[in-house]
Design a protein. Sequence first.
Length: 67
Amino acid sequence: MVDGLEPNPEKAPEEWVTGDEPMTGPQRSYLGTLAQEAGEDVPGNLTKAEASEKIDDLQRKTGRGTE
């Protein structure tokens, strides 16, 4: 932490200004990898916010992204 500055709290994906835009290429790619590992299908028309939430869900299911 920088002296005198509080850390930025993370915004929930549904509060993102650009959350309703289509998911990014990197999100699509990572979702594909996670979905394959989890044995799930992921719709290709997710928003950035929806993709972020699905990534979190699939990371929990696959054990990726955990310390």
